[in-house]
Each structure stands twice: as structure tokens, then as C-alpha cells.
Design a protein around this ligand. Structure first.
Ligand code: CA
Length: 231
């Protein structure tokens, strides 16, 4: 029995029914909200484990809903948007969303995103107090400031190490270019974006050069990057 409680925020009834039917079939518990006002109320009163949030709501912009929830809760939020424009997704991610789905989406896609988020939740719980991060062949010793791949110490520049730590501390979550640049450089200029791409390329080369290597870093074109959790 899956004990995870999911809040489904969606004003379009057929879409909401599709989602809740899927959740029911896979033993998730769920509650529903058809507008932003209800979503905020349900979040406060039921404390869900994950929120699936439609961005286009009748009474408030979804991005504002994220901002309000983030003022008091870190609950994972997966944005569901009919708008395929990257700008909306980026705004939502920068406001604190964890992931996104673009309509129309498949049931398998929805379930995959939920699994990613659940893994992320369990990692946060397990590693809150740990100074070590393990993912696939990768191990980071935060206290020592070293990263190891298949037991071998990685030769990383300080910038690459900073990037790797930022990605690992947010494993499973899509980080926007702006977020990463703010964290690494304290600013997000156009020139920083070019540097970020270069650092990310060299980091990936070091991480994923072995022929049997896992893919650790996923690129979201025009949006940002995510470190994948290796099973
Ligand atoms: Ca809608």
C-alpha cells in the first residue's frame, strides 16, 4: 500500500479524473482541488506529501500558488502545464517547483515523475544528517570536499565541484540556469550562462566518460539541469 498523499490541483475535470484514476489504480491516496483558493486550503489542512499543480487556474496564476506555498512549506510540487512555453516552466521552477509535466502527458510519464519525487523525498529524509552523498558509482564526501567515481578520487576544478555539490544536494529536482548561476556566481548574467555550459560540459565528461557509465546529469534544453537518481 502506497501511503503517499497527493494533492491534485486542476480545474479541468476530465484531466483531473484521468490523474485521480491513475493514482487510485496505483494505490496512491489523493485529495482534489479545482482552484487555487482550494489548493492553498487543502495544503494547509491536509499537509500532502506531493502536489500536482496545474498552472492555468481560474482564480490565480499557478506561479503565485507556488510562491505562497513556498513561504511556509517545502512540499514537492510538480507543475502540470498546457503551456509548452519554456518561460512558464522556468518561472514555476524559479518560484520553487520541483519538476514539470507538459500537457498532454502520458500516464507512464506522470507515474515516472511521481517516483522521481518520492525517491527525492526519501533521500532528503535519509541524508539530512549525513555528510556523504552516494548515487550510483558517485560518492561525495562533503566534509572532506572530495568526490569519488568508482572509488577513484575525481580531479575536479573548484567550480566543477561546486556545481556537482549543488546538483547532488538537489538530486531529482530540475534546477534552472538562473538558480544555478545565482548559487554559483551570485548573479545571472548572459555571460555566466556561457560559462555554466562550459563547466557543465567538462563536469559531465568527467562523470560520464566511462563506456558503462550512468547518465548522472540530464539537460533540460532552454531550462536547466537535473541530477538523476540512479537506482
Ligand atoms: Ca487549467
Amino acid at each position: 500500500m502506497n501511503k503517499v498523499l497527493i494533492l491534485v490541483v486542476e480545474d479541468d475535470k476530465p484531466v483531473r479524473n484521468l490523474i485521480t484514476t491513475t493514482l487510485k489504480m496505483h494505490d496512491y491516496r489523493f485529495i482534489e482541488a479545482s482552484c487555487a483558493e482550494m489548493a492553498l486550503l487543502e495544503t494547509a489542512s491536509h499537509n500532502p506529501d506531493i502536489i500536482l499543480l496545474d498552472l492555468g487556474l481560474p482564480d490565480m496564476d499557478g506561479v503565485e500558488v507556488i510562491e505562497r506555498i513556498r513561504s511556509w512549506s517545502n512540499v514537492p510540487i510538480i507543475v502540470i502545464s498546457a503551456r509548452s512555453e519554456d518561460a512558464d516552466k522556468i518561472k514555476a521552477l524559479d518560484a520553487g517547483a520541483d519538476d514539470y509535466l507538459t500537457k498532454p502527458f502520458s500516464v507512464d510519464e506522470l507515474l515516472a515523475r511521481l517516483r522521481v519525487t518520492q525517491r527525492r523525498l526519501s533521500i532528503i529524509k535519509a541524508e539530512n544528517t549525513s555528510s556523504e552523498f552516494i548515487n550510483g558509482q558517485l560518492r561525495i564526501d562533503y566534509a572532506a570536499g572530495c568526490a569519488y567515481l568508482s572509488g577513484e578520487e575525481m580531479r575536479l576544478t573548484p567550480m566543477e565541484y561546486k556545481l556537482l555539490c549543488l546538483l547532488s544536494q538537489n538530486v531529482g529536482k530540475v534546477l534552472t540556469h538562473t538558480f544555478i548561476m545565482q548559487k554559483i556566481w551570485g548573479s545571472s548574467r548572459e555571460s555566466d550562462l556561457a560559462s555554466l555550459r562550459v563547466f557543465m560540459a567538462t563536469l559531465r565528461r568527467k562523470l560520464e566518460s566511462a563506456p558503462d557509465s550512468f547518465q548522472y546529469i540530464q539537460t533540460h534544453i532552454g531550462i536547466g539541469y537535473r541530477m538523476l537518481k540512479i537506482d
